[in-house]
Design a protein around this ligand. Structure first.
Ligand code: GLA
Length: 395
């Protein structure tokens, strides 16, 4: 993957003194974490118009749309040349972006696109540098509903403009994101604004202040249990920065891409739901096994992610290789993910008293869709290797 690598030491230093900002992001635009599909994890640089139309078709026919998935997001490599006036055009893989948006809208879905504040995107295609307003206007004209804005080649510009001055580099980066946000707002079209700068400079502390509806908290995911778990189980401490209109984004889903077992994909889906993460499927929707569809459309698990309270969950307990993560839900309920990170089956016990519930609290298993019962205020269950048991606890 043609991905730029940069040294982040300067950013870490500057992050120590990031001031608190007021939220500028629109809380009605992503009142719950965005759900949809993104082309990158499966198609990467090969994505074309037909793939995106197929994603829209299969999002409807698979039941994903009915389960809440809305955005069809084109990632990097759609960009063509600029015209004589400087307006961006799509390349030959996307012959008519407006027609594509019309098609996606005709299915009751929304279309997302991708750019960078730098002159080049991460895959080396034209970015928005010097053309921010023009690009926002073009997206609105096409009917775009979501923009992922990926730092990429803007980093050397920050470094050149403010050598050895991390605070100033941070300010330049924030300004670049704010400029695109303001340009999107100026179009009058509601466009979800997704920040992608890999979690540098504690973006969760200021992402909403520059208009971000979500911000990546990490570098890229890949389709392995090790990488997914490394990202997902390391989101501790970020919950307080998420809420309606502004979400932490631990990157897109890999469910159905083939590199993990179904138990591992259930862990992925459960953990992302507890993290109130955006649920952006990253697989080929035209080739899904029944198990993949079942995992992606589990409405009980999706309801945890989309709970209107908008609280991100966190780790409550860790014992050996097992962890219990909890997420407060509306009406006084709680989601509990009982995770086994070991390669052999392990028992996990949820103690109702320890999570503030009475011994007779109601328990529902969100993967088996059955009610289960605690004994003496405790629920013990065998959790498969790399697997999860996900419960909803209510009074
Ligand atoms: C970066 C992002 C990825 C993807 C690629 C596209 O690596 O983090 O999510 O958008 O760029 O080039």
């Amino acid at each position: 993957m043609p991905r730029l690598k940069f040294v982040a030491t300067a950013f870490v230093l500057a992050a120590l003194s990031v001031p608190a900002f007021a939220q500028q992001s629109d809380p009605t635009l992503a009142a719950t974490p965005p759900m949809g599909w993104n082309s990158w994890n499966h198609f990467a640089g090969s994505v074309n118009d037909a793939d995106v139309r197929a994603a829209a078709d299969y999002m409807v026919s698979s039941g994903m749309k009915a389960a809440g998935y809305t955005y069809i997001n084109i990632d990097d490599t759609w960009e063509g040349q600029r015209d004589a006036q400087g307006f961006i055009q799509s390349n030959s893989k996307f012959p008519d972006m407006k027609a594509l948006a019309d098609y996606v809208h005709s299915k009751g879905l929304k279309l997302g696109i991708y750019s960078s504040p730098g002159p080049k995107t991460c895959a080396g295609y034209p970015g928005s540098y010097g053309h921010v307003q023009q690009d926002a206007q073009t997206y609105a004209k096409w009917g775009i509903d979501y923009l992922k804005y990926d730092l990429c080649s803007f980093i050397p510009i920050m470094q050149k403009e403010a050598p050895h001055d991390p605070q100033k580099q941070l300010a330049i980066m924030q300004d670049a994101y704010r400029q695109m946000h303001d340009a999107l707002v100026a179009t009058g079209r509601p466009i979800v604004f997704s920040l992608c700068q890999y979690g540098w400079m504690d973006v969760w502390k200021w992402g909403a202040s520059v208009g971000g509806n979500l911000w990546r908290t990490t570098d890229d995911i890949n389709d392995t249990y090790a990488r997914m778990a490394d990202i997902g189980f390391n989101q501790l401490g970020l919950a307080k920065y998420a809420g309606p209109g502004h979400w932490n984004d631990p990157d897109m889903l890999e469910v159905g891409n083939g590199g993990m077992s179904d138990d591992e994909y259930k862990t992925h889906m459960s953990l992302w739901a507890i993290l109130a993460a955006p649920l952006l499927a990253g697989n080929d929707l035209s080739k899904m096994s029944p198990q993949t569809i079942e995992i992606l459309t589990n409405r009980d698990v999706i309801a945890v992610d989309q709970d209107p309270l908008g609280k991100e969950g966190s780790r409550a307990f860790a014992v050996g290789m097992t962890e219990i993560w909890t997420k407060p839900l509306s009406h006084g309920a709680l989601a509990a993910g009982l995770f086994n990170r070991d390669t052999v089956v392990q028992p996990v016990t949820l103690d109702l008293h320890a999570i503030g519930y009475p011994p007779n609290a109601k328990l529902r298993d969100l993967w088996s869709h059955h009610d289960v019962t605690a004994r003496n205020g405790q629920y013990t269950v065998m959790v498969p290797p790399h697997g999860v048991v996900m419960l909803k606890v209510s009074r």
